[in-house]
Write a protein that binds this ligand. Sequence first.
Ligand code: MN
Length: 746
Amino acid sequence: MAESNPEINWDLEAYNLPEVQQNDLNQLLRLCEKHLKSYDKQLISKAFKLTYQSHKEGVRASGEPYYLHPLAVAAIIVEEIGLDDVSVAAALLHDTVEDTSVTLEDIQKHFGEVVVKLIDGLTKISGFFQSKGAKQAETFMKLLVYMADDLRVVLIKFADRLHNMRTLHHLPKPKQLRIANETSELYAPFAHRFGLYNIKSELEDLCLKASDEQAYKYIARRLKEKKDMRESFIREFMEPIREQLERSGFNFEIKGRPKHIFSIHKKMVRQQKPFEEIYDLFAIRIILDRPHAKEDCWRVYSFITDEYTPIPERFRDFISVPKANGYQSLHTTVITKRGRKVEVQIRTRQMDEIAEQGLAAHWKYKQGSEGGEGLDKFVNWVREVLENPGAESAQEFVKDFQLNLYSREIYVFTPNGELRTLPQGATPIDFAFDIHSQIGERAISAKVNGRLVPLRHKLSSGDQVEIVTGKVPNMNPDWIDYVVTHKARARLRQFLKHEQRKISDLGREAWEKKADRNKFELSDQDLARIARKLGFSSIQAMFFAIGNESYEINRLVKAVRSFLSKGRFEADDQEVNLHQARKLDSSEVIEDMQTANAHTLTLDGNLGNIKYSFAGCCKPIPGDDVMGYVSKEGLLKIHRSNCRNLMHLMKTSENAVQEVQWTKNTGGKFIGGIKVIGEDRQGLVNDLSDLLSNKLKTNMKGIHVESDDGTFEGTIVVHVEDLDHLRSVIANIRKVSGVKSAYRLE
Ligand code: MN
């Protein structure tokens, strides 16, 4: 069969490149020589010759000849990802079929089955990423399918995107922003998932450069200024360790890179801290060169802690328990003699390469040891997990690879093709609550991939789930056993509590009638004592038992009558009671909550008889994830779940922490802080206060403004009803002209 383009010299082996291009090729071959164990020089040369010829007319936005792009992508494949010669050839040819007259048949004829499969995969994949209407889910699933087909396709795609991002500044600004946006939404998270740490970091930095060049340049400049200081600090810090390592015969490398620009930026914005404070938290990494094994990491750890004082809470052993994406390392934070905190990471060379290159490194190692089986194994595993989650062989493979990317989460779809991530073991009930609490409440039945299934059916990745709902809530107390998500569980607990309350209200009503008829006069404390005497943990528990008729109300009437007639219990009873009462004095609150409320409280204004207040440190508002902390004095403080103080308290006394839930109508007013950053323009403060008080009818408690060098920084404190309210206020502030960012103060 004849090739598609007669202008190309298809006798690729004989074709002579012009001198400049021959030099380009030689450079690439030198890289292969340096980084690849073995490679087919002929294959790579042929691929380069074809790409050069077919892209001859093409010019990039930078004005450079087009072929330099595939060449650069191929170089990334060799140098930064470390794939094989087939991948290098595919990288060289990756745009030919899509952008030139070269066809897949041509590629097949001249490069064979493997290369053509890679190119075909690449061409298709790029279509999914580009098609505007592409659903997130669709993209994801197809990427998975292609990955399962050949992981190299995905890696080449990332290399392609990386080079496009590196040369992004040549494009017009709107296009830059669109591509940067797509990169931060699709490529960077995927790179992270695949453990391609270096690529992920660089992609994020380049996105920041495109979207906020000022911030990017500022941080880049400060990093450069600090470089000498950082290096001399590391030298000084490492000197005693280095000596010890050398004495003990270790081969090692020390790295002390700062965090990447994007993550510094993110922290500066989120934590509202100046560059210095964030920057100072860099980590020193000690990499043990081959043949060191993981046991050696522990020896090095002991060298470090002999020299410097470790902070025990900051110790992490990711060697015994690797992260989901395969990351392994020992982390410890120590304090220098001058009081500076330094994080030290200790790992072997292999762990380091896996940390930075993720799957690619896994593949490399597996390939090295088993002659190319690694990739096949990986591919098979992904297939197996996709087709049959929970299968034992798949589980074993996870252990083998320590790369359980998919074992903790499943991906399912709504009928519209929207992707939802749920924990492993999730059921249609979890799914329903994940979509909306009303759907969960009204769920009657579920269809998975078009077939009716019980609501307790366990979902698998790739399932398309449809929930059939009724007009009215249909919740069933048994559902609590079939859910794994926090959202569903929280709502069901609330429901159970509500059901329980209805029952205990019945009990209370019955009791009140009896009390009226018998003209009992009894304080709540006395009734509580009687309830306990009768074996109940609280009044509430007693009323519940009466309400559901498991306890005869007349027994209570009898006990009260005897209590009132004697004025007190019998002497021996009293002793028991005092004993109980004493115990309850110190931990009454916790006891009551644990028994009566089944570990869950509802924040409804009075929490039964328990007094509570909101923590001043994190100022929770309705809608926040919250936890209660019971102080030694028996007071319940409500914190936000991510509150640092709470974390600290939890460490000292975990038992004192209680789950709490908001009820729907709190009706109260809460205080929220908002940070506003923008251009310092005239009238901005006026516009903001006009927006708040006139348009949003939100009470402002205070506003504090600072401006510096044309930048406006304000803190606004407002009264809000709940989290949604605060969010909508923030969203509206963002729309004010001149405002660059607005976010909640943490
Ligand atoms: Mn490309």
